[in-house]
Design a protein around this ligand. Sequence first.
Ligand code: AP5
Length: 217
Amino acid sequence: MDLVLFGPPGAGKGTQAKLLIERMNLVQLSTGDLMRAERASGSDLGKRFDEYMSAGKLVPDDLVLELVEKAVASAPAGKGIIFDGFPRTVPQAEAVDAMLSRLGRKITRVVALEVALDDIVDRIGGRRVCQDCGQVYHVRYNPPPADGKCGGCGGGNVIQRKDDNETVVTKRYQEYKAYTEAVLDYYSKQGIAKSLDGVGALEEVYERIRAALGSQG
Ligand code: AP5
C-alpha cells in the first residue's frame, strides 16, 4: 500500500507518519525533510530549495519530482510508502501516478487531516524538531525532554525550524489554499480520499487514520 498524508502546514502529517512507520509496514517519504537534508548539505540544489522554503513558497515541480523519483527508487522493497507533504500540486499528483505505475505501484489511500487555521498557528508556533532524527515535538502538547536532548535518538539538536515564524507560515498556508487543496479533488475523483478531524490527542488522531486505512495497513 502506498498512501498520501495530506493537509495544511502543521496539520500533523509528520507526527502521524512517524507513528505509522513504527507500527505498520511503511516508510516515510517527506519532501520537506528531503529538501531540508539537501539544504543542510550545502549543495547548489539545497541553495535553490532554500530560496523558496525560506519564503514559504512551493518549490518548482521539476525539482520536487527529481527528488521524489530518486527517493522512490531507493525505498526498501516490500514496504509501502507514506508520502508526507507530497504531492502539493495537481501536476505533481499526475506525475507521481505515472511514476508509480511504471514501477508497478499505486497510491491506494489519501488521508486528509483537517485542522483550522488558529490551531495551525498555535501548533507551528510551538513546534520543535530534532535535527538528527526528525522527531517532532510541541512545547505544550508533546514537549521535548527538559534536558534539551531528543527522546527519540538522544541527540542534542532539538530546534525551531526557521520557516516556523508567523510571516512564513501565513505564506505557506496561502500556497496550500492556492495550489495544494486542488490535489484533494484530484484524489476524490479517484474515490481514494478520506478526510478526517486532525484535532485531538495524538493517539486519537492515529486511531482515526488507522480506521481510514482499514485493512490496507
Ligand atoms: P514541509 O516540511 O512539508 O512543511 P508543511 O507541509 O508545511 O508541513 P509541516 O511540516 O509544517 O507540518 P506537519 O503537517 O508535518 O505537522 P507536524 O506533524 O510537524 O514543507 C516545508 C517547505 O518545503 C514548503 O513550504 C515548501 O517550500 C517546500 N516543499 C515541501 N514539499 C514540497 C512539495 N511537494 N512541493 C513544493 N514544495 C515543497 O505537527 C505540527 C506541530 O503540531 C508539531 O509541533 C506537533 O507536535 C503538533 N501536533 C501534531 N499533532 C498534534 C495534535 N493532534 N494535537 C496537538 N498538537 C499536535
